[in-house]
Design a protein around this ligand. Structure first.
Ligand SMILES: [Zn+2]
Length: 99
């Protein structure tokens, strides 16, 4: 019997980089974590505790190599969950979309 624990489509134990195909999944999950919203005056707010705890949780869920991915996030200016979203994920996706 198969344990069935592998999620199809996720390559286990790999770190993120600019070309990674799962950025959309990662962004969706991080988006839910951050819960970004704007009030009537256009003032933005989101849930970020200034750590990478949400990022780590998602990486674990996606069976990514956490330390490798975190290193990539940090070297691209993502030192907390909201910075990962703004500096890393959106950058990476704008690169991927150029084709
Ligand atoms: Zn933050």
């Amino acid at each position: 019997m198969n344990s069935g624990k592998e999620s199809p489509g996720f390559s286990r134990g790999r770190g993120f980089n600019r070309k990674h195909p799962q950025w959309t999944v990662f962004r969706m999950l991080l988006d839910m974590k951050l819960n970004y919203k704007e009030d009537k005056e256009g003032k933005a707010s989101w849930n970020c505790d200034c750590t990478l705890s949400g990022t780590r949780e998602i990486l674990e869920f996606m069976a990514m190599d956490i330390e490798k991915s975190i290193k990539y996030m940090e070297s691209n200016g993502g030192y907390c969950d909201c910075e990962v979203m703004m500096n890393v994920v959106q950058e990476a996706m704008s690169v991927v979309q150029e084709d």
